[in-house]
Ligand binder design. Structure first.
Ligand code: PLP
Length: 485
């Protein structure tokens, strides 16, 4: 009987909308629509089931692919046959997410081993292949619109490049991403095009969101999104949290000499898709005690955890530009999963300015020899400050001075795991979201030399730029779409 029940759950995975709990759609609908066109809300799984203990406790730890399959199956249900699902996963992940210990209580979860050297490859490749699967019987093309503040565009472009029946339009803020990032997303040909928008990332995102709620446009074209608002981007990001935390649980006793250390995942965040995936992984049984929401000066979420007010704001430019998001779209998902009070129990908020980011790249290199990128560096700084006393101060009642970078909060808002960091029984898992060579100049200014460039990055530098200019005015964007789709 219990097996039957489990089977019933597996075949019937449904998705609801963050703005309307009554919504009840299939995985296919959630993926192909991207967001609910009626409400503008985001899809979330109705239930998240813990993986079997026999799987979580397997020794040795299951392979990345086995974890990916086991997790994906839960969310895909019977909508993709097992053999096809495994084939998708094998095609998605010829790379994994290795754990690199950089000191006895710090692990770096390296998420940049995919084709575009950023963690977004994990989500984008899965989404592209799942969409191609659901699209296989359609005669009209599917048009993907994607706004990017840096790495999304190239990951999505690369993931869909050459996929039949689907084309991609990438919007990015002109002059606000690194020259290498721009090369990575403006040099596609064929089914992938890019528009450089005269505005900010938020303007790009607004253009895309407006297009999705434009019913006339939707009646004419089959549109879908590829931002972290698409649930198919989010689900596969939970694979590496599970994989990484299981690997760390296995070895950290030897590295840290701590018995049963608790794992704190430190997540450099912008749109908060990555952190939301972490929360889902934890619900599935990943041995992660807590999270640090680490941001640059765009500190909307750390401020929310600290003072309880959610105040989205215009984004400001920083050195970690893939996190320059003032109004994170996945906040809506996070708060559908957890209330403010519950979030505070699990999560701490930390932010860092640009000067601190460069110091962090330097201190990480000086003390561990590891070259970290500006996004991961904020994670390193957050973890290093927490384990070396910032959490103690918080619990002692002294708080970070108003407006200063650092760990935010008070004794009252501190996460439940805070006292364990004070007692030195935690290890950190820092998510390294991009290869440092993508931000070579900032790294050179910090440590005096550039990291060596992977071949797959070097290659795009010699390709011709094919992006087209676009204003932040919706009417203009719309007429471009009508002419070009
Ligand atoms: C996108 C990105 C982030 C932020 O991830 P979110 O899921 O939007 O929070 C962090 N670092 C890098 C390098 C990125 O490309």
């Amino acid at each position: 009987m219990p097996e039957l029940l489990l089977y019933a759950i597996v075949v019937a995975m449904r998705y609801r909308d963050t703005r309307n709990a009554e919504t009840n759609v299939s995985f296919e609908t959630a993926v192909m629509q991207g967001m609910d066109p009626q409400t503008g809300g985001l899809y979330i799984p109705e239930t998240i089931t813990r993986l079997p203990s026999s799987f979580l406790n397997r020794n040795p730890v299951p392979s990345f692919r086995d974890i990916a399959f086991e997790v994906a199956k839960q969310f895909v249900g019977d909508e993709i046959p097992d053999d096809e699902l495994m084939a998708i996963i094998v095609d998605c992940y010829p790379f994994t997410a290795p754990i690199t210990p950089i000191d006895p209580t710090t692990y770096v979860l390296e998420l940049y081993h995919g084709p575009t050297c950023a963690f977004k490859d994990f989500g984008a490749r899965f989404m592209a292949r799942v969409m191609a699967y659901f699209n296989r019987k359609e005669s009209n093309p599917l048009h993907i619109l994607v706004a990017t503040s840096g790495d999304t565009g190239s990951a999505v472009g690369s993931a869909f490049y050459g996929v039949p029946g689907i084309d991609v339009t990438i919007l990015y803020p002109d002059g606000k991403i690194s020259p290498l990032q721009e090369k990575q997303l403006s040099t596609f040909d064929g089914n992938v095009r890019s528009l450089r928008v005269n505005g900010t990332f938020d303007d790009c995102q607004k253009l895309v969101k407006t297009a999705f709620t434009d019913s006339t446009l939707r009646n004419r074209f089959r549109l879908s999104s590829a931002n972290s608002i698409n649930i198919a981007r989010l689900l596969p990001q939970s694979f590496y949290y599970i994989y990484g935390s299981l690997l760390i649980r296995d070895r950290c006793h030897f590295d840290s000499k701590i018995d049963c250390a608790q794992i704190i995942a430190v997540v450099p965040s912008g749109n908060f898709g990555n952190l939301t995936s972490g929360l889902m992984a934890r619900q599935m049984g990943a041995p992660i005690e807590g999270f640090v929401a680490a941001t640059n000066s765009n500190r909307t979420v750390p401020d929310w955890l600290n003072n309880g007010e959610y105040r989205p704001r215009p984004s400001v430019e920083t050195l970690s530009n893939a996190m320059d998001v003032g109004a994170p779209s996945n906040f809506e998902r996070m708060s559908a999963f957890y209330s403010l009070e519950e979030s505070r129990k699990i999560m701490a908020g930390y932010w860092l300015d640009d000067a601190g980011t460069k110091d962090a790249i330097r201190s990480c290199h000086d003390r561990t020899g590891y070259i970290i990128d500006p996004h991961g560096a904020i994670g390193w700084a957050a973890w290093d400050s927490i384990r070396s006393g910032a959490m103690e101060q918080l619990l002692d009642g002294s708080k970070n001075p108003e407006g200063m970078p650092g760990l935010l909060g008070t004794k009252k808002t501190a996460p439940v795991w805070a006292k364990n960091c004070v007692g030195k029984s935690c290890v950190g898992m820092i998510l390294e979201t991009a290869h440092p060579a993508k931000f070579g100049e900032t790294v050179r200014e910090s440590i005096g030399r550039e990291p060596s460039m992977p071949e797959r990055l070097e290659r795009v530098l010699s390709l011709p730029d094919r992006s087209q200019p676009m204003s932040s005015d919706y009417a203009e964007f719309r007429s471009w779409l009508e002419k070009n789709l």
